[in-house]
Structure formats: structure tokens, C-alpha cells
Write a protein that binds this ligand. Sequence first.
Ligand code: MEV
Length: 432
Amino acid sequence: MHKTISGFSKLSKSEKIDWIVETHFSNSTNAKSILMQYWNKNDKLQQLHDEFIENTITNYYLPFGVAPNFLINGKTYTIPMAIEESSVVAAASKAAKFWYDRGGFKARVISTTKIGQVHFTYNGSTNDLTLFFNGIKSKFFEDTETITKSMKKRGGGILDIELKNKTKDLKSYYQLHATFETVDAMGANFINSCLEQFASTLKRESEGSLEGDLNVVMSILSNYVPNCLVKAEVSCKVEELTENPNIAPEDFAEKFIQAVKIAEIEPYRAVTHNKGIMNGIDAVVLATGNDFRAVEAGIHAYASKNGKYTSLTHAEVTNGVFKFWMEIPLALGTVGGLTSLHPLVKLALEMLDKPSAKELMQIVAVAGLAQNFGALRSLTTTGIQEGHMKMHLMNILNQFEASSEEKEKLIAHFKTNTVTHSAVVEAIKALR
Ligand code: MEV
């Protein structure tokens, strides 16, 4: 066990690194050189990254790939994706091309409101509190005018504030439950600033006006956004589901729908099914500088909105037409946050033709649907390992530090041989 350190955040970057490598590594020179190897040579760019968070010592790279040929509402996109999992971008690209030839994806934003809450306790009468709240409601709007001014200009702002009585679930517990429209911003800072002002207004106005004790516990936005919804779908005639020559389109549709139905009723499968959807969603969310933890939390909560965790996607055949769709909540921004700071994020947004938040919601939902289509298509036909291991081959070759020449030979070899970890190891040994 090593000693704790105080004042670490105040050390310079190089002092931090020295402390870390000396404290945690037997070969401190090697550790230091690995950390420094990822520094950007452009000092300004490095400083920008250093300042995103506290105690930055280096950069952590993720591959930034693209999936071309996405036709969404008649417009073609090349979708940027930041992800480490080998087969995700390949699967997205394949699904994009498949649906490009069948009319593309349709996507529609259903709603865009976000939620924030001031959680507080009050030990007096609910009636008094309700009267008091109705009497001061306009003050919440007045007191936040400086915060909401520019958001209002952009067409957003505070939509409503309600008093919610939660005392049946928790003694003395009430909420100010506020709804917001944040237009092209994800809006976390805007919402939290409004909420903290609501809390101050509530406390200030309550003093001397209410008999009971009112105490604010906390003020924070909710990452559950069931009224910030987007729907993505694809459809085609069953007979057009002809990608795999080994399976008749009708059989493919039937098996595919059965796979979706399993995820609808079986939580163990639903979690993995939805994880595959998140492979696509998170990759685009990350590439476009959005908060993937917020998106993950909100989407998984939505997947259990009826009390049981279930599939986010659904599929059916009606009158000979195969339809596959998904409705998900997505709180995204295309202004503010990292979007105007991180050069790669700016580039990703430009690649998408500088979308509005609504357009980005559609793109992200489509990436998720495409990913699920790709996963289910593989799972219900060839199995996923074939594609996965082909993509994983390069990772194994890199683990063994294969040279370019070796890579070329082994990739050729595994075009006709099944990729398993041991088969690759054997083949490398045989070659060497
Ligand atoms: C792997 O990252 C994702 C899948 O497991 C998704 C699924 O099973 O549907 C392939």
C-alpha cells in the first residue's frame, strides 16, 4: 500500500506524472514514456485536452471511424463513430448499404422536452404549500430571466413548473417538477442553473410565508427524458430481404421477428439486444461530443418504462411488408459543451452537415436501429462469431506484434479458414 498524497491537483502535469510513475510502476521510465507517447505535439491542442478535466496526464485514444451510405429521410449521411469494438462500424456500414438499396431509413422526432427537479421537504400542510406555490409560481420565471434570456431567443426556455406531492412515497417529500425546451443544446447547464435559482426562490419566498419547515435537498436535471423522443424505422417487401442466399426471405423475416419477440419478453436477452443497439448509439453520441452516460441511463430506463425491461426495437410483417422500428429518448446537443471545443467533434458535426439537435437525434436513432438489424441478421443466420472474429483477427495479430508482411499473409490465410484465438496463434507460430 502506498501513502496518500495531498494537493495532487495543484502539482504541475510533469510533477503528477513523476509521482504516479514512481508510486505505481517498477519501471518508471517505461511508464512515463508510454504516457508521453500519447501527448499531442501541438501544445495548444494538448492544453485544450488537458483542461477538459482535472489531473489530465495523457490522452486516451479511441478509433474514430465512419459508416458511409446511410440514407435517412432521403438524405445521405456518412456517420462518424468513436468506438473500440472491432465489428461495430463494419456492421453499421453493411446495414446502411442494405437499407440504402431498399429506400433507406425514416426517422421522426416525436417530442423534445426535458425535465429537471428541485427535491425538497416540507413538514406543514399540503394545502398551504399548494396555495403558496400557486402564489409565487410567476417568481420562478421572473427570477430566472437572466438565465433564460438567450435560450428564449433561440425558441426555448422553461415550459412549466409543477408542484408534486410525493409524501405517499417518502415522508415530507415534494418536488418542483419543471419542463424545459433547450432547442439545439443538450441543456444540462441551462436546466441546472434554472433549478438552482428555483431552489433559492423557493427558500426565500417560504421564509415568513409558510408555517412548516421547508428544506431543499437538491436541484438537478433528470436524465430520464421520455418526452424527448425519436422514432426510426425501415421497411420493405418481405421478398426484398434477400441478402443471404442461403435463407429464403420469408424464413429470414420470420426468424428475425422471432428474435425481436424473444427480446421483448426475456430480460436476459433484452439487455444484450439493447446493448447491441447502444453500440451504434454510443459511438455516434461520443463522436459528436455528447454525453453517452446520460443517453445510456435514459434509454435503459425507457426500456423498462412499463415495469419490465424489454426490447427497444420491434418488428412485424403486415400485408407482405417487413417493418422494423425503434422509439427511444435522446437528449442531445449540437451547440454548447464539447461541440464547439473539441476539433474532432466539430469535424464530426460538419461531416453530418451541421445538424440541429433534432436531426442528430434522428441520425443517432438510425445508427442504433442499423446496429440492431446487423446484429440480429448475423445472429439468426451465420452467428456473430464469424464476422466478429474476422474483425478481431487484426487485434490478435497486433497483440503478437505481427509485421506488415505477416499480417498480409495471415489475413489471406484466414479468408478461407475459421478465425479462433488458438488458430491465429498456431498460424503465427507456423509462419515464424
Ligand atoms: C455485441 O457487442 C453486441 C451483440 O451481442 C448484440 C446482440 O446480441 O444483439 C452482438
